[in-house]
Ligand binder design. Structure first.
Ligand SMILES: Nc1nc2c(c(=O)[nH]1)N[C@H]1C(S)=C(S)[C@@H](COP(=O)(O)O)O[C@H]1N2
Ligand SMILES: [Mo]
Length: 356
């Protein structure tokens, strides 16, 4: 009998919740440096907003020399830039904390990357001008809903300190992978903040407001704060820069392998500098072997793919560890930094396999 052509089998998102929609990328099955938008993770605090695109304008006001309202056409006329960046939810890998924490039980897939295009926020702020004393730039989304803890309705809004807002690679994006941003990811305009956890990258921008005080919205002053202690808020500090991290994509956890050669591969990323080293251990961390970093054309904001050729002749169970270090010298820690809301998990990654 003729061989039948095998249909192409594709991975899907992993559902964490439907309302609001929270789904993760099947990160173990991603082999590209550009995630198609169908496989981009989705993280929402509220239901999707309804607003008019045909009549879309972007107001920039507050502590500015001249408040402005820009049309989409005007925004598209500014010089644009395209940046390959990884967006990682600060709750990525939360399910691995011990003791466990409340919140979305993300495994390893609250992370995606691709090419975002848009105009630097800086360019728009140069157009409006900044008043003396301007301290933070608040970006507000169109989505809103009730917060049960505060018994009040809020929109999703976050601020950036002026320096981060003026960074040339902080952009107001209108395209993802060369096409208008898909609705679920922030159409028509989304803030993109390289190197910070993705809560900073506000979707569906409604307005930009410059303030000369410190923004205290709940998604900044209550959530997205590291609380190191279980019972008190002492020593709390804001979630900002992405921690150095890595994820093993192959083999899969609890795979059964034969003896011989196996490729161990994965990704590593950081919000500070670039990935300078990825090490593998197959003996529980006693010895570390240097993985090969794929030649990358990335600008420092994308993840780094890596691989290691593992030849195994002895049958048994193995735990494979991966540890990334970035160019500022930060290695992944053995133990995660436990914090009450479960942000920034970046302990050394591991999978277990059996060789038989
Ligand atoms: N307007 C708005 N922007 C938002 C959010 C949101 O709920 N509303 N979620 C934030 C969080 S916590 C993350 S991790 C990313 C998720 O982006 P994605 O759904 O495109 O993957 O968007 C951020 N921007
Ligand atoms: Mo997030």
């Amino acid at each position: 009998m003729d061989r039948i052509n095998q249909p192409k089998v594709k991975p899907y998102l992993l559902t964490r919740s439907l309302s609001p929609e929270n789904q993760e990328t099947p990160i173990q099955f991603i082999d590209a440096d550009m995630i198609p938008d169908k496989l981009f993770y989705r993280r929402n605090h509220f239901s999707y907003p309804a607003f008019s695109y045909s009549n879309y304008f972007l107001p920039i006001n507050g502590s500015v020399s001249k408040p402005i309202v820009l049309s989409m056409q005007e925004i598209l006329e500014f010089p644009s830039k395209t940046i390959q960046i990884v967006l990682e939810c600060s709750g990525d890998k939360r399910s691995f904390f011990e003791p466990k924490l409340f919140g979305e039980q993300w495994e390893k897939g609250a992370i995606s990357q691709g090419y975002w295009s848009g105009v630097p926020l800086r360019t728009l702020l140069e157009r409006s001008g900044l008043s003396e004393g301007a301290k933070e730039v608040v970006v507000e989304g169109y989505d809103f809903g009730e917060r049960t803890d505060l018994d009040k309705v809020f929109t999703f809004a976050r601020s950036l300190p002026i320096e981060k807002a003026l960074h040339p690679d902080t952009i107001i994006a209108y395209e993802y992978n060369g096409k208008p941003i898909p609705f679920k990811h922030g159409y028509p305009l989304r803030l993109i903040v390289p190197q910070w956890y993705a809560m900073a990258s506000v979707k569906w921008i409604k307005q930009i407001r410059v303030i000369d005080s410190h923004f205290t919205g709940p998604f900044q002053a209550i959530d997205y704060v590291y609380y190191p202690h279980k019972e008190t808020d002492q020593e709390a500090f804001p979630v900002t820069t992405v921690n150095v991290n890595s994820t093993i994509q192959k083999p899969l956890d609890m795979d059964i392998l034969n003896t011989g050669m196996h490729e161990i591969k994965g990704i590593a990323w950081t919000g500070q500098g670039v990935i300078s080293k990825v090490e593998i251990s197959i003996d529980g961390g006693t010895t570390w072997l240097t993985a090969k970093l794929e030649p990358s054309k990335n600008n420092g904001y994308a993840w780094q793919s890596w691989s290691y050729e593992w030849t195994v002749s002895k049958k048994g169970e193995y735990v494979i560890l991966s540890k990334a270090t970035d160019s500022t010298g930060r290695p992944q820690p053995t133990d995660p930094f436990w914090n009450r809301k479960g942000y920034g998990y970046n302990a050394i990654d591991h999978v277990k396999v059996k060789v038989e």
